[in-house]
Every structure is written in structure tokens, then in C-alpha cells.
Write a protein that binds this ligand. Structure first.
Ligand SMILES: [Zn+2]
Ligand SMILES: [Zn+2]
Ligand SMILES: [Zn+2]
Length: 253
């Protein structure tokens, strides 16, 4: 499987509009973080995890010309609000796109994007989705997908395991039963907001602790704020557990 990091930033993105801090002013492209999302390719299957506010720009940069399914972790705006730009794939594939999320996400998509589901609006102008509740393992082509429940403050959201790759973002707690589903990974991607603890997101130390406990072959941290300078932080981390950056591509054999 190939995993492409389309964005690795927190909800503001990095740089933050108007911020004069060292990381926001940095010229290192690895300190420029669009909103978090990954694109996964396995055989003929193309799966997006989250459709960020920056999706259009990400799709153009990475020439994403096909899309079989979109997996949503949760309904916060930075993870969902690129959804209208998915409609081009309806035209490419001549069918609705399969969209997966927990009950909360599915209900919210119907409410917030009600124009997509209005009978008078069907046509090329609005995206067409086939909504699915991700409450049990399922497959997209050659990818076996397991939804992984995790906590984001008081909100239960989903991570996803796709074959030997697991993606967890915006979590601050992972139940034992979910950790049990995350063993034997080739690649773990997990959120690390900043060095200081935060109410609804793992800190870098907390994310590192989970990586060390699960022992994936490689772990990358994502959903990173402007408080972490890419090179400074990565120098302090082991080579197998590093901050991700936009455009990073990992090929798993
Ligand atoms: Zn987020
Ligand atoms: Zn800043
Ligand atoms: Zn969130």
C-alpha cells in the first residue's frame, strides 16, 4: 500500500493566518502544513481518510484523479469541509462515492450538506454520496478496513486500520479494545499536537508513548500545530518515530 500525506496540520493549518512565530515564518516547506488527511492506494483501490478544508489544493498537488471511498474520522470542519470538491469523482467514475463514518458523522453530513441529498438537486452540480455506517470491518477492493473507536475529548470518533496501516487523528485517549486492533502494524500514523498536554489531543510525548507500546515498524505523527518545528523536533525523536510532513509518501511492501 502507498500512503500519501496530503496534510499534517492542525485545524488552523500552518502557517496560521497573521502569526509571526518562528515556525509560521519558517521557509522550510516541512513547516507548511495543510489540514490533515491521507490518500491510500492499494492495487486498483483509492481511499481518502478525511476530506480536509484544503482538499482541492491537495488533490491538484498530488494529481488525485480517482477515488473509490472516503473514510471520515469525525465531523470537525478541518476533516470534512472539502466534501463538495469530491463531486469531480462522480463524473470520473459515473457513480456515487462510498462514504464511511460513525453514526454521528453520517447524520451530520446529511444535515450540513443536505443539498447533496435533495431529489431536485441530483446532477453534475452536486456531489453524490453513498453513505455507510462504519460499525464493523469492511473491504474496499484489496483493502481490509477496521474502524477503531478512539476518544477526542468527550467525543467518540474513529481511527481506521487499512491492512497493516493504522490512522488515528484528533485522539487524546485510546481504549484497550482499540489498542488490541492496532498490533502488528507496518505503519502507525497518530496525532501529536504540541509538546504541552492538551484537553482533546495527544501531546508529542503521549503519542510517542503509544508508538513505543505498539511497536509498529514505522510511526509518523500528524495534526501538528505551529508550536513544533519539523527539524528541531525530529532531531529529538528516534528515526522510526518522526513528525510527518505534507507530501510524505510511504510505500509499504
Ligand atoms: Zn482536527
Ligand atoms: Zn505561528
Ligand atoms: Zn477534531
Amino acid at each position: 500500500m502507498r500512503v500519501v500525506f496530503l496534510g499534517t496540520g492542525t485545524s488552523f493549518g500552518v502557517p496560521i493566518i497573521g502569526c509571526q512565530c518562528r515556525v509560521c515564518q519558517s521557509e522550510n516547506p516541512k513547516n507548511k502544513r495543510l489540514r490533515s488527511s491521507v490518500y491510500c492506494v492499494e492495487g486498483d483501490s483509492r481511499v481518502l481518510i478525511d476530506c480536509s478544508t484544503d482538499f482541492r489544493q491537495q488533490a491538484l498537488t498530488h494529481q488525485i484523479d480517482r477515488m473509490d471511498a472516503v473514510l471520515f474520522t469525525h465531523n470537525h470542519a478541518d476533516h470534512i469541509s472539502g466534501i463538495d470538491d469530491l463531486r469531480i469523482y462522480n463524473l470520473v467514475h459515473h457513480r456515487a462515492i462510498d462514504v464511511y463514518g460513525n453514526e454521528n458523522v453520517i447524520d451530520d453530513i446529511k444535515r450540513r450538506y443536505d443539498y447533496c441529498f435533495s431529489p431536485v438537486q441530483i446532477g453534475g452540480g452536486v456531489p453524490q454520496f453513498e453513505l455507510h455506517r462504519a460499525d464493523a470491518p469492511f473491504r474496499i477492493g484489496e483493502i481490509a478496513i477496521t474502524p477503531i473507536p478512539v476518544w477526542h475529548g468527550s467525543m467518540e470518533i474513529l481511527g481506521y486500520r487499512l491492512n497493516d496501516f493504522c490512522y488515528v487523528t484528533d485522539a487524546n485517549k485510546i481504549p484497550e479494545s482499540s489498542l488490541a486492533e492496532m498490533r502488528g502494524l507496518k505503519l502507525l500514523v497518530i496525532n501529536a499536537l504540541r509538546e504541552k498536554p492538551f484537553a482533546t489531543h495527544f501531546s508529542l510525548a503521549e503519542a510517542l508513548e503509544i508508538a513505543k507500546a505498539l511497536q509498529p515498524r514505522q510511526a509518523y505523527f500528524t495534526h501538528i500545530s505551529h508550536r513544533l518545528d519539523h527539524e528541531d523536533i525530529n532531531r529529538t525523536l528516534p528515526a522510526e518515530y518522526q513528525l510527518a510532513y505534507d507530501g510524505l509518501t510511504v510505500d509499504l511492501d
